[in-house]
Unconditional design. Sequence first.
Length: 293
Amino acid sequence: MSYSDALKTIQGLIRNAETLAVLGTLCGVKAGEKSVDEAISSKLIAVQQAVDPHLLNDIGEEDARFLHLTVRANLRRALELVEAEENAANWGFDDPTILQAQGKSSRVITRLITGFAERTQVLSDRLDQNARFLDVGSGTGWISITMAERWPSLVVDGFDIHVPALELAEENRIASDVYERVHFFNRNVADLSDQGKYAAAFIPIMFIPQPILELALPALYRAIELGGWLFVAGFRAPDEPLMRALNDLQTTLFGGRVWEAHEATALLSRHRFNVVEDIGSGTPINLFAARKH
C-alpha cells in the first residue's frame, strides 16, 4: 500500500474517532455532565444527525452518563497507547481521569447483577439480609459503592493491587453515603483465606493473568458461602475480525486475555461453580452468574 493510500485510510479512521468524541460530548450534555457553547452545540448535533438522527432520542440521563464515561475512558486509553514510550502487558494506567472514567463506566455491572437478583428471589433475599459482597479488581470502587447503595444492608469488600486506583476508591468511598459499609484493601484475591464469608462476589476475568486466576477461583470457592454466587465478567467475543483483534489487544494490555464463552464456563465448572445464566445479554460482555453448590 502506498503512503497516500495509508494516509487516506488513517484519515478515515481519524474521522471515526472525531465522530465518537462528538457523540460522547452530546451524551455528556444530556447527562448534565457538560455544557457547550450554542454555536458549537449546533455543529455537534449536525454530526450526530449525519450518523443517526434518532440515536440519542430514547437515552435517559443515567444511560447518557454511562455512555459519556465509556467514550471518555476509551478515548483516553487510546491516547495512552499512542503516547506511552513503552507498553507493558499489565494494568499500568495512573491517570486519575482514565481510572475514574473506567470505574464509573463499570457501574453497568451493578445494574446487571441487580436486574438478575430482582428476578432471582433466593439471591435478592440473601442480599437483603446483612450479607457480604466481594468486588475483585475493585479499581476506583464504583461497583462496590453502587452495590452498597442498591442493597441497604450489604457490606462490600473491594480488593485491588493497583495503588493509584485504590487511592481514588478511598476518596470515592469517603464522599459516598455508604462509606461505613464499603471497605477497600490492597490485596491479591489469590491470597484470600476466608471460609464462607461472602454471599456473592464479582471478578473480571479478562483483566487477570491466567496463572493468578487459577489460584483465585479456588480461593473464591472457599470464601463464598454454600449456595452463594460468583459473577464472572469477560469480553463477549465478536465475530468481526477487527473487533476480535482489538479485544485481544485490550485484554493483553491489561495483563489478561479474551475468554470465549465456552472456555469461561468450562473454567468455572472445573473450579466447581455451576453456571446458571449469562446475564450480560445485549452488552459487550459475558457476565456469567454461577453458583457454589
